[in-house]
Design a protein around this ligand. Structure first.
Ligand code: WQD
Length: 344
């Protein structure tokens, strides 16, 4: 029986793109998703791309017994790529316990099952948010993890500590934490992409919804920052490049190439772009005008963040090779597909 890879949150934005990349690399995938922030239609999108139907279990990982039963049913899980979590910074400030329960108790229940196995490989979805406003740019993995500016960010910091402590004691458990910068874009087929529920918090889905006419205009949150054009700088990485990094990280563990039982990698392009540069690139690459206005700063935004990608390039043997324009064009193609399906 071939070994299987569990992808939690596998019907989510990054999760679904990673399922496709894993299947295309020959892994057999089982998805757990509670559909709280995704749709079962995403499963059909995955199948359309790869012609392989992953097993799907609708489970809420907050139910400890359900997690235990899953591993009694699937006894041959060789690795877990763990995306399932809440990820809205603002919401986490309003409702911290929702985030501590959903992002941390679920992690504990998963690890409790994995530590019982003779061997297990664990890939953790983390975020550059753990660095806060880094003192030095680009940001390397040695940058200090600062006091999180939100409960969401804290769940990523504490999550990494929980994993590191567990791997230290559970001899067969090995883990890699992947700290994402800003994932954007969609699969080139436009069969899967980002499906924000309600008003998008993130820049690129707000841009595409504005360009398609679903939103009236984009508010640029501040143009008085100490940057080249006054707007914040971020490292926007194509979700396809990000998905590939998960495959490479999992292969590193499966093939026993890890240097320690808990490793951390920053995943970005290594380049920073300002908000205005993203807008200009979107307009140029899609030929679509974007209505926007300059608004006040958003609480909690860091001025600039972009990755030092040397460790992932050299040790993982991975690099992002798609451009900002590629990502924005794919996001736009996906938005047009979604809006067509919504009948507007
Ligand atoms: C990017 C830039 C905004 C919306 C967050 C999380 C991070 C990760 C990615 C989960 C900022 C500006 C945005 C808008 C704007 N999430 N902006 N108008 O805040 O860098 O990162 O999402 O893992 O953990 O912190 O991404 O896309 O929200 O913002 O001007 O309507 O766009 O001010 O400068 P962010 P973002």
């Amino acid at each position: 029986m071939s070994s299987k890879i569990l992808v939690t949150g596998g019907l989510g934005f990054i999760g679904s793109h990673t399922v496709v990349a894993l299947q295309e690399k020959g892994f057999e995938v089982v998805i757990i998703d509670n559909l709280s922030n995704s749709s079962i239609d995403v499963l059909e999108g995955i199948v359309k791309i790869t012609q392989q139907r992953p097993a799907f279990e609708q489970i809420d990982l907050r139910e400890k017994e359900a997690v235990k039963k899953f591993f009694q049913k699937y006894t041959d899980i060789e690795g877990v790529v763990h995306f399932a979590a809440s990820k809205a910074v603002g919401e986490s400030v309003e409702n911290p316990l929702l985030y501590y329960e959903n992002n941390l108790s679920t992690l504990v229940y998963l690890l409790q099952e994995l530590q019982e196995k003779p061997s297990a490989n664990f890939i953790f979805s983390s975020s550059c948010t753990v660095y806060g406003q880094a003192d030095e740019l680009p940001i390397s993995e040695n940058a200090p993890v600062k006091k999180a500016e939100s409960p969401y960010g804290n769940t990523k910091q504490v999550g990494e500590e929980i994993i590191a402590d567990t791997c230290r004691m559970a001899s067969g458990l090995k883990a890699i934490s992947l700290r994402y910068f800003n994932p954007i874009g969609a699969h080139p087929s436009a069969e899967i992409g980002e499906l924000p529920i309600g008003t998008p918090q993130n820049l690129v889905p707000f841009i595409t919804q504005t360009a398609i006419g679903k939103r009236q205009e984009l508010s640029v949150f501040g143009n008085d920052y100490p940057t080249r054009d006054g707007t914040c700088i971020r490292d926007y990485i194509h979700v396809m490049d990000l998905a590939q990094a998960h495959v490479v990280a999992l292969q590193r563990l499966v093939e026993g190439k890890e240097k320690s039982n808990f490793e951390v990698f920053n995943l970005g392009t290594g380049h920073g772009n300002t908000v205005l540069e993203v807008i200009n690139t979107f307009e140029e690459s899609t030929g679509t005008k974007l209505p926007y206005k300059i608004a006040g700063r958003r609480e909690g935004d860091v001025i600039a963040a972009f990755a030092d990608t040397e460790k992932a390039n050299k040790i993982l043997g991975w690099e992002a090779n798609r451009s900002l324009a590629d990502a924005l064009e794919s996001a736009w193609k996906w938005q047009k597909k979604v809006s067509e399906a919504e009948g507007n």
